[in-house]
Design a protein around this ligand. Structure first.
Ligand code: PAF
Length: 268
């Protein structure tokens, strides 16, 4: 496995690379969700490239950025075992030579759901993903469907700007109690971790978004939003208070039968 800290050196090597290239962008603190993306890429492509870059421009909360977990040595060992060939480890100065003067912004969907209380978050995400996709020029890039809004925005950005990389959405990987894997989970204390395990079930079992919101609140979670997008009910909750608060997101398929009863309600 080759590790590049210098993006100029990586770009030089990239011109000589042939075969199908798969790319998994990450912010490190790898968990089984990331490993499933890396394994999917290694199975589908000749070369798998992974980036680890904690992107400051997508953190609207400086405290969240400061506390973002960093586990580089473990990450590199897991990446190698999962079949990664190349790891990119750029620094801010290399990614933002323009000091963030140039930005990629989507003006509608990015202001909803997570965008409502995270102003600028998706501009940071789309800008860095555009830079990374241009650095790697992969055939396919793999994104987890836990961040469903991010997946949709990245997929549509690629289509809008005619980028050649296919965006592949991969299934959510969960803990035994249903909690979706996330790097932030390791910051949950014992009490919040127990509560977090109910998030997925309460979201899935409710008959409507309003009912889900009420059940989550009754369980003791602060609800940022619950909203159904097509066939998925998406939600975000905050557990804990003050500087220890952790924001979790998740989404579940909405059963066709529930969709049908909703349609009936609308039509009567
Ligand atoms: O999903 C993430 O980990 C990040 O938003 C990403 C796609 C690596 C961009 O920084």
């Amino acid at each position: 496995m080759k590790i590049f800290r210098c993006m100029a050196q990586w770009r030089e090597l990239r011109t000589d690379l042939t075969g199908r290239i798969g790319f998994v962008p990450t912010m490190g603190a790898l968990h089984r969700g990331h490993l499933s993306l890396l394994q999917a890429s290694a199975a589908d492509n000749d070369v798998t490239v992974m980036s680890i870059y904690v992107n400051a421009t997508q953190f609207n909360d400086p405290n969240d950025f400061a506390k973002y977990p960093s586990t580089l040595e473990d990450d590199l060992a897991h990446a190698e075992a999962a079949g990664v060939d190349v790891v990119l480890l750029p620094e801010y100065e290399q990614m933002y030579t323009d000091k963030f003067r140039y930005q990629v912004t989507e003006n509608e969907f990015s202001n909803q759901l997570c965008g409502t209380d995270r102003p600028g978050h998706f501009t940071g995400v789309l800008t860095v993903v555009m830079k990374l996709l241009n650095l790697v020029r992969a055939n396919r890039a793999y994104f987890g469907l836990k961040d469903y809004q991010q997946y949709m925005l990245v997929r549509d950005m690629c289509a809008t700007f005619f980028l050649p990389t296919e965006i592949v959405g991969c299934d959510i990987v969960r803990e035994a109690d249903g909690l979706a894997m996330s790097s932030r989970n390791r910051r949950l204390d014992a009490e919040s971790r127990l509560l977090a395990g109910r998030f997925n079930r309460l979201l899935a079992e409710a008959k409507s978004d309003d009912q889900a919101r009420l059940s989550l609140q009754a369980a003791g979670m602060q609800v940022a939003y619950v909203s159904t997008l097509g066939q998925r009910r998406c939600g975000a909750v905050v557990l804990g208070d003050g500087s220890d608060a952790i924001r979790l997101i998740d989404n579940v398929p909405v059963e066709a039968s529930l969709q049908e009863s909703k349609m009936k309600e609308v039509n009567t």
